[in-house]
Design a protein around this ligand. Structure first.
Ligand SMILES: [Zn+2]
Length: 509
């Protein structure tokens, strides 16, 4: 089964962004295609079911239909998470961000329809339950149900979940990324999340319902049930019973870098079980960690060219990171300390994407550096902190991949030592983006400085004539971007020129 797959078969269960893979054209949601600022793509739309998206966009449908994925459910969770911190006004003090207790707005969810599974599906569910517990070496604490939903029900439910979990905060996150030039103008992650979740297909584990949701087979063309996909989802159910996924993924204050590291554990663990079931333990055990990483990466080859190409690399690469690097990381931990070590990952999750990318840093407990601006200086000038988060080594790499070869982007990001991005807003002023990054050594900072300027040079911004080797100025429209090298730090600021100059002074203090 595995060998037939042409592309990733990772169900993207937990996924904060409305980015691929999404088989949205399965459902004729009114909010579907026309309203997407990005073209979504159905990585896995069965050819016979191509909907509006397929016909309009000539989307490829050659991916294995069973490789459908996505999940959204928590997708939205992630989105909300990401967002949660972003929308909150933070205390204006230097150093540790204010802790914020953020709970998703409580809404009544439509009860899931109660209908029995077919004997075949129930049989498959029972087999998967037993296999997951045995392979993961954890017992079920109680039964974990499954609901088979029609397309409309599934879409409605996932849309409800998105509405419940995302919202204003997600829009704040969009504003941060757009203000920094990190995502295209007009990106609205909240809208994407809602559309995306509504249109997602396949199967998902819902931590709100404590059940696996699966899209009903349709007619004679119904795809055979994908045991791998269901196995993957039931690993999430088992994780949730033992480790409380919502608590893990909703840690506050929100931190993109840390949240993505947690997602990588959650997805890496599920992939690990899925792969060991598919490949047999004997085959899997012979693979080196490098091989495992390469194999997972290879699954994304088509995806990058055909689907991921529609999305900003930051989003595409973040998505791939969870599965590829998560799988390798979890296996590194499992080989070192067994299933108990994997359990420990949920109790003491990695602190950064850097630890996922370099497992030895997790073993050494190398913590990311805390980087912060003195927000009081901004507040004294009537700026409000509208959003803030570290982007991490993952975020740096995802951004640089937009215009640098993979090896260069990876190398430039590798000396990351800590960072924090801010969006400041003020009445009648353009948004102000400030990103402070710290590097292990000045030479690493200089490398990132060069790489970031190369990125600016390829995004259409015009370089200002001023020739300061430690500070480049880029202009696009009414915005100016300063990129400043200062010892082991690089500071990036984007906004109206006068505001950006003031912000640079504050950031350098
Ligand atoms: Zn998953």
């Amino acid at each position: 089964m595995e060998s037939k797959r042409r592309t990733i078969n990772a169900p993207s269960c937990f996924y904060p962004y409305p980015f691929p893979p999404y088989p949205f054209p399965l459902y004729p949601f009114p909010i579907a295609l026309e309203h997407f600022p990005f073209i979504p793509f159905p990585v896995s739309v069965p050819a016979s079911r191509g909907g509006i998206g397929a016909s309009k966009l000539r989307m490829r449908t050659r991916f294995n239909r069973r490789a459908i994925f996505i999940f959204v459910i928590v997708a939205a969770t992630g989105a909300a998470l990401f967002a949660a911190s972003c929308g909150n006004k933070r205390a204006s003090r230097k150093g540790i961000p204010a802790a914020v207790a953020v709970a998703p707005a409580k809404r009544e969810l439509t009860p899931l329809p109660v209908r029995p599974l077919s004997p075949a599906l129930e049989g498959l569910r029972q087999r998967v339950l037993a296999a997951v517990a045995a392979t993961r070496e954890l017992p079920w604490q109680h039964d974990a149900g499954m609901s088979e939903l029609s397309g409309w029900e599934y879409g409605t439910r996932t849309k409800e979940l998105a509405d419940t979990l995302a919202g204003d905060e997600l829009r704040a996150l969009s504003r941060l990324a757009v203000a920094g030039g990190l995502l295209p103008e007009g990106t609205d992650l909240a809208m994407l999340a809602a559309s995306f979740t509504a249109a997602s297909a396949g199967a998902a584990y819902s931590p709100l319902d404590k059940r696996v949701l699966i899209l009903a087979a349709q007619g004679a063309d119904a795809p055979a049930r994908d045991e791998s996909l269901i196995t993957h989802e039931y690993v999430h159910a088992l994780q949730d019973q033992h480790f409380d996924l919502l608590k893990l993924l909703a840690a506050r204050p929100y931190n993109f870098d840390r949240a993505e590291a947690a997602f990588a554990v959650v997805e890496g663990d599920a992939m690990n079980v899925q792969r060991r079931r598919e490949q047999t333990v004997a085959v899997w055990s012979r693979r080196t960690l490098e091989e495992i990483g390469r194999n997972e990466d290879a699954r994304f080859g088509d995806y990058r060219r055909e689907v991921g190409a529609f999305f900003p690399t930051l989003l595409t690469e973040t998505f791939i990171f969870r599965y590829r690097d998560g799988t390798r990381f979890v296996e590194a931990v499992r080989r070192k300390s067994g299933a108990g070590g994997v359990n420990e990952l949920f109790r003491r999750p990695p602190a950064s994407s850097e630890q996922i990318l370099h497992p030895e840093k997790y073993f050494a407990q190398e913590q990311p550096g805390e980087v912060a601006l003195d927000e009081r200086q901004f507040a004294a000038n009537d700026w409000t902190t509208a959003a803030t988060t570290p982007l991490g080594e993952l975020g740096v790499r995802g951004l640089l991949l937009k215009s640098l070869p993979a090896a260069d982007a990876t190398r430039a990001a590798a000396g990351w030592g800590g960072d924090r991005a801010y969006l400041f807003e003020r009445a009648r002023s353009a948004p102000l983006f400030v990103w402070k990054t710290r590097w292990d050594k000045p030479v690493d900072a200089a490398e990132f400085f060069r790489a970031y300027n190369a990125l600016c040079g390829k995004t259409g911004a015009r370089r200002d004539g001023a020739n300061d080797p430690a500070q480049l100025t880029w202009r696009d429209g009414a915005r100016v971007t300063f990129v400043r090298l200062d010892g082991d730090q690089v500071i990036v600021i984007r906004g109206a020129e006068a505001d950006a100059r003031g912000a640079l002074e504050f950031a350098l203090r």
